[in-house]
Design a protein around this ligand. Structure first.
Ligand code: MG
Length: 195
């Protein structure tokens, strides 16, 4: 799938240059802006795969704009900077800024930086979804442990027996162990309320 890029640069000639370099490399430049405010608007509206953004711009500078975008959206941002801004940049570490490209921009430095930014962003997304899956597994294990504890206490069963019972219910009814556990917990809690 072609990566969708929003390009933010106040120098029009430079913006056109960068745009044609990107398009020649096969990227889709879906939006362009010349200041930070417009960049925020486009980020919301277009939800691109990557934003390439100049730092020094009128109205709202690139670092402030990227801060605002990052606060509510997870879009990787590649900053364009002048050589003289290097120190400034070191202080302005932000989670979604995936790279800095020092001007002048050429095909030789732009395209590899975009490639790295995009692959890094997809790696981060992959990690995030793994974390979500792991959290889910952990939650489900906690629920199963809790239900097992209830059975052990209520029926005076040992751990193995409680677990085997839950597995049997799960297999016989073709429902997940987690669902069995939740049913046991729910039943136990409603009984507790009655008593
Ligand atoms: Mg500028």
């Amino acid at each position: 799938m072609t990566a969708r890029i929003v390009l933010v640069e106040d120098e029009v000639i430079l913006r056109l240059d960068v745009k044609s370099l990107l398009e020649d490399a096969g990227y889709d430049v879906v939006g362009e802006a010349g200041n930070g405010e417009k960049a925020i608007e486009l980020a919301y509206k277009l939800k691109p795969d990557l934003i390439i953004m100049d730092i020094k711009m009128p109205k709202l500078n690139g670092l402030k704009a990227s801060q605002i975008i990052t606060a509510s959206q997870n879009i990787p941002i590649l900053m364009l900077t002048a050589y003289s801004q290097r120190e400034f940049i070191a202080k302005a570490k932000q989670k979604n800024i995936v790279g800095y490209l020092v001007k002048p921009v050429s095909e030789a430095n732009l395209i590899p930086a975009v490639e790295v930014a995009l692959s890094q962003a997809s790696y981060v997304r992959e990690c995030e979804s793994k974390i979500v899956a792991l959290n889910g597994k952990l939650q489900s294990r906690k629920v199963v442990e809790r239900a097992k504890g209830i059975l052990m206490k209520e029926k005076s069963w040992d751990e193995d027996r409680a677990y085997q019972k839950m597995r049997t219910i799960s297999m016989n009814n073709q429902i997940s162990l987690e669902k069995v556990a939740k049913t046991i917990i729910k039943k136990y809690e409603s009984q507790k309320q009655v008593n």
